[in-house]
Design a protein around this ligand. Structure first.
Ligand SMILES: NC(=O)c1ccc[n+]([C@@H]2O[C@H](COP(=O)([O-])OP(=O)(O)OC[C@H]3O[C@@H](n4cnc5c(N)ncnc54)[C@H](OP(=O)(O)O)[C@@H]3O)[C@@H](O)[C@H]2O)c1
Length: 225
């Protein structure tokens, strides 16, 4: 196993990625915004942690500078929900821009800063943790305006980047974790955190330069754009 980087790793799906990757033998470099949270409970010597706020170029660059020299897997997981506004009139444009900054541009900043360390002879996989809510075809219920727009933008950034990355032996996958029981997903969510992450790991195992950029659910189902 090689070196994996996980963002938003202190709780929820990110912390579970760290747990399962360590279990599998990966060396893990994990980013947390403020508190170590669940990261403080891991005793594995293959884990290194570093502060990371994906909204700040300075923070992302420092995180990348201190990262291991060769990276084989990047899980771009950090993300925020929006204000769950009930109608158009409630949309707060400052908040909306912040959600787009974190969810769409944040992962791109991380890819840009780590790119040189992911460019090598063996394949590097980059997982962009998106959402079914990014899907324009599937947008039947509306609302969640900024969250949906941020994840749709993330998908387009990814598809736009995939061509140049193929030349550098880097494959992307855009993942929907399912509706998962985390702080963001809430108690009513039907999918348990370990099941979501083990499903996404199975999807990752089938990645090649030929299927780069696909939009895939945690159980392997290909999603509509
Ligand atoms: N749960 C679901 O049902 C579901 C469904 C579809 C997609 N997703 C996506 O899955 C990913 C993980 O979500 P989750 O359910 O695990 O949510 P969560 O429990 O709310 O965790 C979100 C993580 O992102 C981090 N984060 C937020 N803003 C950040 C920033 N600016 N810089 C660095 N880290 C930041 C948080 O750090 P702090 O602790 O510092 O806030 C936290 O570690 C997200 O991208 C989310 O959109 C989740």
């Amino acid at each position: 196993m090689g070196v994996a980087v996980v963002t938003g790793a202190n709780r929820g799906l990110g912390a579970e990625w760290v747990s399962q990757l360590l279990e599998e033998g990966w060396q893990v470099y994990a980013g947390y915004r403020n508190e170590l949270g669940r990261l403080a409970t891991f005793t594995n010597e293959k884990l290194t942690t570093h502060v990371l706020d994906v909204q700040s170029n300075e923070s992302v660059e420092l995180f990348a500078h201190n990262a291991p020299q060769k990276i084989d897997l990047l899980i771009n997981n950090a993300g925020v929900a929006d204000g769950r506004w009930r109608n158009l009139a409630e949309i707060d444009d400052k908040w909306a821009l912040e959600v787009i900054d974190i969810n769409a541009l944040g992962p791109v900043r991380v890819v840009k800063s780590l790119y040189g360390k992911m460019q090598h002879d063996s394949l590097t996989n980059i997982a962009m943790i998106s959402s079914l809510m990014a899907s324009i075809d599937d947008c039947h219920m509306g609302r969640s305006y900024a969250y949906r727009a941020s994840k749709t933008a993330l998908n387009m950034f990814t598809v736009s980047m995939k061509k140049e990355a193929v030349e550098d032996n880097i494959a992307f996958v855009i993942l929907h974790p399912g509706w998962v029981k985390t702080d963001m997903g809430g108690d009513r969510a039907p999918v348990e955190i370990p099941d979501s992450v083990s499903g996404m790991r199975r999807v990752l195992a089938s990645r090649t330069l030929d299927n780069t950029g696909e939009f895939v659910q945690y159980d392997g189902q290909i999603l509509p754009w």
